[in-house]
Unconditional design. Structure first.
Length: 471
């Protein structure tokens, strides 16, 4: 006679916190999807969970501190902690693992993009729950969320990671040492995930990677297959296919982390035709050739002059294009003259949205050995001067939108928008750009709903934001 099957009174619970960039967020979504597929419950709190997973960031010093503090908090409140993410790949002063050096009681440490390693550690410390019904269902694929995947973003937008790692060796960056060289996802898998996301209600797909322009370089742009048809593993073909998938849903496709290689010009006609959002996130970092050379930036050695030519060409092809970028002020050896070149570039380039970091001497970055490390006070002072110019340019460009009618994706609209709401135009990526502050509709019958598009007339500006009247 067989023994009766015993089902646990409750499923084990895993606390989870995700830190860092959108690329880390997609790693978190994959882990959470696998946890849910195997019957674990998840929680955002530490107390009461059977264990805690902390997905960390290790790019700059502030991010390292936040990650280490969060691990310490989780250990204090729970005691059983698994660490994953970029910080998990960093070494400490003694040459050993930094996380274990600072928090030796953690249960396990993995680097980024390590879903299976994390799950192995979870299984070891909190055995997989057994359910005779759930266990008959195939496990979720580790590289593809699918229609039932866990999302950490609102229902109406999602990040689509197309590759992992980076082939460049910029002297200020340690990401290749944590995430490795470029590994492009098979184009069929990427497009399959995109379609599933659109079908699940996503209205905006944000394409992310370390170097979106280099998609497919590692596999020599080999031909893959989607729906039985051949498709090259290359940025242009990817954008064409994503545009086709988005069209029936009226959804947006937004490109991030795009290096300005000449091949990017091929994507501009898709933007001009309205098939892909006319928005490019291009990490220029600086404009002076000597600084860019010290940074070892790819395809940037000519300096700001060549990039001004590219921007002019892009705007000729697609006049409505919006360009956002990030820059570093106070890089080792940066002279006042070199910094002034950067400010001049900002004024001439008319970058719509710009962020700036004061150089951070991240442990392991080659730039730390470049002569001429500037005092932190000077780095911060230059960052502030840069942002003053960037804000001047951005606010002037926002003023030109007053009177225009724009399509806006509503992010929030309490009480169906009777008190207004908040949305974003094609010029605004979530969390990093501005917003469109929506006034209450003039007609009582007019409503707003989060996750839906609405037409608004721009009636004013407020700092980095626009003010819009639904029409």
């Amino acid at each position: 006679m067989s023994s009766p099957i015993t089902v646990p009174a409750r499923a084990p619970t895993v606390g989870f916190v995700s830190l860092g960039c959108p690329k880390a967020l997609t790693d978190s979504e994959l882990i959470l999807t696998q946890l849910r597929a195997e019957g674990y419950e998840t929680s955002k709190s530490f107390a009461g969970a059977d264990l805690v997973i902390v997905n960390t960031c290790g790019f700059i010093d502030d991010a390292v501190k936040e990650s280490l503090d969060t691990i310490g908090e989780a250990l204090a409140e729970n005691g059983k902690v698994i660490v994953t993410g970029c910080l998990g790949a960093k070494t400490g002063d003694s040459g050993g693992n930094l996380v274990r050096q600072m928090h030796p009681s953690v249960l396990a440490v993995t680097g980024p993009h390590a879903t299976q390693e994390v799950m192995d550690a979870v299984h070891q410390h909190v055995p997989k729950p057994h359910d005779p019904f759930v266990d008959l269902v195939p496990e979720a694929r580790a590289d593809f969320r699918g229609t039932a995947g866990i999302k950490l973003t609102p229902r109406h937008y999602a990040y689509l990671k197309i590759s992992e790692g980076c082939n460049h060796r910029c002297t200020f960056c340690i990401i290749p040492s944590m995430r490795g060289d470029l590994v492009s996802r098979p184009i069929g898998d990427v497009l399959g995930e995109a379609r599933a996301l659109f079908e699940s209600g996503v209205k905006e797909l944000l394409v992310i990677s370390q170097d979106t322009s280099a998609y497919g370089v590692d596999v020599k742009y080999r031909t893959g297959f989607f729906d039985g048809k051949p498709v090259k593993t290359r940025m242009l073909e990817l954008c064409e296919q994503l545009a086709t998938l988005a069209e029936p849903f009226g959804a947006w496709v937004r490109l991030h982390y795009v290096y300005p290689y000449p091949s990017v010009d091929e994507v501009l006609p898709l933007m001009a035709a309205g098939r892909v959002l006319p928005y490019l996130d291009v990490p220029f970092q600086h404009a002076h050739p000597a600084v860019l050379k010290r940074m070892k930036r790819p395809a940037y050695g000519e300096g700001g002059e060549r990039n001004l030519e590219r921007l002019t060409r892009w705007r000729e092809i697609c006049p409505q294009i919006v360009v956002r970028s990030t820059f570093i002020a106070g890089f080792p050896g940066e002279t006042e003259e070199e910094f002034q070149t950067l400010l001049d570039f900002m004024r001439e380039a008319q970058i719509d949205r710009a962020g700036c970091f004061a150089y951070s001497a991240v442990k392991g970055a080659a730039a730390n050995d470049i002569p001429g490390m500037l005092p932190m006070e000077l780095r911060e002072e230059r960052r502030a001067r840069f942002m003053a110019v960037a804000e001047e340019v951005s606010i002037a460009k926002l003023q030109r939108r007053v009177g225009a009618t724009m399509q806006v994706l509503v992010d929030s609209a309490p009480a169906l928008g009777r008190k207004g709401g908040v949305g974003r135009s094609y010029a605004d990526a979530p969390e990093i750009d501005g917003t469109v502050r929506l006034l209450p509709p003039e007609k009582a019958s007019r409503t707003l709903k989060a996750g839906e598009f609405t037409r608004v007339r721009i009636v004013g500006t407020q700092g980095h934001d626009l003010i819009g009247q639904p029409v």
